[in-house]
Design a protein around this ligand. Structure first.
Ligand SMILES: *Cc1c(COP(=O)(O)O)cnc(C)c1O
Length: 398
């Protein structure tokens, strides 16, 4: 599908068909497409030149805003993608701890840096390639995989070789295998392991940052990671990433410290403009309440329609994101549970929704996203379309 234009909650393809958009460019478009104040800020910034390779006031403004909004951030470094941010955070964690091993969770995606592309969620999962050709085995030999929501497994790894673990990296709400919430106590257990063994806890909030609340998942769950990785929303739709954390850790980065990191286009004024305009909008009173109300209405409506059509189904929401699962009936808590869902039913559902002008992610391993431009009207139309799509799924399975 080729899209030509976006406005608010809608995308328009090259043939002029319109779609209610639940992909949101895979996360950034939390205020909807072509928001006037975002476009205006981009245009007025572009008029003064695009990129200078020096510090720029907007970059500092962005850094200050991120540190003000995200609880664990004392210092932050802007980069150009979530991939770059996660990769750099890992390098920093390894540099600071002088250890090599990292723990990641099956189904969590942290961008496509080699060491992190192991059982990596979304695109990688859909295509059935847990890791990718082109990655030497030696590159991932220090990457340990655990199951999401399995604290016991992590504790065992730590008991065996905790003194070798530089960091745990985790999506505090997993959004690259649908939308999977952490069990109560799971993130606390990770924090505890890191504290006991001198390892760093890295929250990858590229997706959840500014989507599940103004301070991300760490604020929602009241857990302070050592490092936080950001992206998506903070660029307002332009290429961006960021990572930050405690000052004493961040000061180990070049040029203050020995851990190298740099980027020609990092913190460029145009991206900062788009990001800041977006963050200004999300700071308005009631923004997340409205977003969460919309998600709750959508998820509730989908559940009711699935029930009415006898389709075994589960929907999960976390304020600005949601996951839908064609389950066997058991709750979805980890990657193995997601794999056990009926992918063919999701495909059928997806195509029936698309035909009715509702654009969901084409893969059941992706989370869905709402924006502040999605009103009750769009949500109710989506739920209505879902009734027809669920009916098609039921008939196919008879
Ligand atoms: C999207 C995503 C990334 C990668 O960000 P890019 O900007 O696509 O490189 C990393 N981590 C998470 C959790 C993501 O959702």
């Amino acid at each position: 599908m080729f899209m030509q234009r976006g406005e608010g909650a809608y995308l328009y393809d090259v043939e002029g068909r319109s779609y209610i958009d639940y992909v949101g460019a895979w996360g950034p478009m939390i205020v909807g497409h072509a928001h006037p104040s975002v476009l205006e800020k981009i245009k007025s910034t572009v008029d003064q030149g695009i990129c200078f390779g020096t510090p720029h006031p907007l970059e500092t403004e962005m850094a200050e805003k991120l540190c003000q909004l995200v609880p664990s951030l004392e210092k932050v470094r802007l980069v150009n993608s979530g991939t770059e941010a996660a990769m750099s955070a890992i390098r920093l964690a390894r540099g600071v701890t002088a250890r090599d091993r990292i723990i990641k969770f099956a189904g969590c995606y942290h961008g496509h840096a080699d060491a992190l592309l192991v059982q990596a969620g979304s695109g990688a999962l859909t295509h059935g390639v847990p890791s990718s050709p082109g990655i030497p085995a030696s590159t991932v030999e220090h990457t340990e995989i655990a199951q999401y929501n399995n604290a016991g497994e992590v504790q065992e790894i730590f008991a065996d070789r905790g003194d070798q673990i530089a960091a745990i990296i985790v999506e505090p709400i997993a959004g690259n295998m649908g939308c999977v919430l952490p069990d109560p106590g799971f993130l606390e257990a990770l924090r505890d392991c890191c504290d006991r063994y001198g390892s760093l806890l890295i929250f990858d909030e590229v997706m959840t940052g500014f989507r599940v609340g103004p301070g991300g998942a760490q604020q929602r769950f009241g857990i302070t990671p050592d490092l936080t990785v950001l992206g998506k929303v903070i660029g307002g739709g332009l290429p961006v990433g960021a990572f930050g954390g405690r000052a004493e850790i961040m000061e180990q980065l070049a040029p203050l410290g020995p851990v190298y990191q740099a980027g020609t286009l990092s913190g460029n004024p145009v991206t900062m403009a788009a990001g800041l305009a977006t963050l200004n909008l999300i700071e308005q009173d009631g923004f997340y309440e409205a977003l969460g109300d919309g998600a709750a209405r959508l998820v509730q409506g989908l559940r009711e329609q699935a029930g009415a059509h006898d389709v075994s189904f589960e929907a999960v929401e976390a304020t600005g994101m949601f996951g839908i699962f064609f389950t066997s009936g058991d709750p979805v808590r980890c990657y193995a549970d997601v794999q056990a869902c009926r992918a063919e039913d999701y495909q059928l559902f997806f195509h029936h929704m698309l035909k009715q002008g509702v654009y969901l992610a084409p893969s059941s391993y992706e989370a869905g996203f709402l924006s502040s431009a999605h009103t009750q009207q769009e949500i109710d139309r989506t739920v209505e379309a879902a009734g027809i799509a669920f009916d098609a799924v039921r008939r196919e399975n008879q």
